[in-house]
Write a protein that binds this ligand. Structure first.
Ligand SMILES: C[S@@+](CC[C@H](N)C(=O)[O-])C[C@H]1O[C@@H](n2cnc3c(N)ncnc32)[C@H](O)[C@@H]1O
Length: 342
């Protein structure tokens, strides 16, 4: 490990716990054409499933000066086992030797952000983990997996954000995928490639403008669209304001392949139906939250599963339906409709 020396004694002990197992292996590594090697689904994988669990071969501190880093990289190879050395050296390197030595190039090509905290006094610090399996996933500007770091087991878990068919390539996300295509491409130049994923390789400028606009709208969503909490107690808003708005978000997410962004929108639709007291639709949408979060966010999945079992235990269950009935009873014939349609 290339851990900064002062941090090591502060790390919690015992640090290394057995990683969680994913059985049977749901992936394989194979040739991905011009992208080099890639990660592929070995079987059909459902949304929310753990695809793999991986431990770093090396951990690279960020924010150290280049001189220190180079010395540390030079010292790494003789200090790791032969199998780790072979695995590390087999990883991709997008940096020419004229720019930096091999191990540093491999770390710069592959390192993924992880957090190490050294209690009691040191706040979590960002490091780069070089992972033998996760690092084989190529980049796509669509989001079809999530990677979650777990410090106690010193491992990352990779989750499916949408169903995979056997043989389909599994992609990671190296950069902010809500940025416009030109910005994303400039960013990815640091990995030495022009992104030709299906979300970048578009037929014409019109398609690029449409995609950029969709991503910009998703990025600024909460400045542009109604929010769930104020809506839930504001009877001047249309009853379906959040549902209509979030269905639009889900359509944009589908269009751009940004599956990882779905949960908060699905969750708000489910809760909107709860506030409206619509039990069948609440169950349908809440079940989607449960399916999506079972692996990567079990707490949220359990909370929604509880509400599916007992919908009325949701504290605002049917609040708007009751208010609407009261308002209807008091309603005088009105000349104008004062509800705001957004
Ligand atoms: C972290 S590695 C990914 C695995 C790598 N393909 C391998 O053979 O081990 C990053 C490198 O993969 C290639 N790569 C990843 N995503 C790509 C994409 N969308 N288009 C082209 N090349 C890509 C680039 O060479 C990049 O520097």
């Amino acid at each position: 490990m290339l851990l900064d020396a002062p941090v090591v004694p502060l790390l919690p002990r015992p640090l290394i716990l057995p990683p969680k197992k994913s059985t049977p292996p749901a992936f394989y590594i194979a040739d991905a054409g011009l992208k080099g090697a890639g990660l592929f689904a070995a079987e059909d994988i459902p949304t929310g499933a753990v695809i793999l669990v991986d431990r770093p071969i090396a951990v690279v501190p960020s924010n150290v000066n280049a001189h220190w880093k180079r010395e540390a990289f030079d010292a790494l190879l003789p200090r790791i086992s032969q199998i780790s050395r072979e695995t590390l050296l087999a990883l991709a390197n997008c940096k020419p030797l004229s720019e930096c030595p091999v191990v540093e190039g491999i770390a710069l090509t592959n390192a993924t952000g992880i957090y190490l905290s050294a209690p009691p006094s040191v706040a979590p610090q960002e490091y780069g983990g070089v992972f033998p399996l996760v690092c084989r996933a190529n980049h796509s500007c669509g989001l079809n997996i999530a990677v979650k770091w777990d410090l106690p087991s010193f491992s990352v878990s990779m989750y499916a954000l949408r169903p995979f068919r056997a043989g389909e390539e599994i992609y990671n996300q190296y950069i902010d995928v809500l940025a416009p295509r030109a910005e994303r491409r400039a960013h990815l130049a640091r990995y030495g490639f022009v992104c030709m994923c299906s979300h970048c390789d578009l037929p014409d400028e019109e398609a690029v403008t449409r995609s950029d606009a969709a991503r910009a709208e998703l990025r600024d969503w909460h400045q542009l669209h109604p929010r769930f909490l104020p809506w839930s107690t504001d009877m001047c808003r249309a009853d379906d304001a959040i549902i209509v708005s979030n269905l639009r978000a889900l359509a944009l997410i589908e269009q751009e392949g940004l599956h990882g962004m779905r949960v908060p929108f699905i969750e708000e639709i489910a809760l909107s139906y709860a506030v409206l007291g619509d039990e069948p639709r609440f169950r349908e949408w809440a079940q989607q939250v449960v399916d999506f979060c079972a692996g990567q966010d079990p707490e949220r999945a359990t909370k929604f599963a509880g509400w599916i079992a007992h919908p009325r235990s949701y504290k605002q269950w049917g609040w708007r339906a009751k208010q609407r009935q009261l308002l209807d009873k008091q309603k005088e014939p009105a000349d104008v409709d004062i509800s705001i349609p957004w």
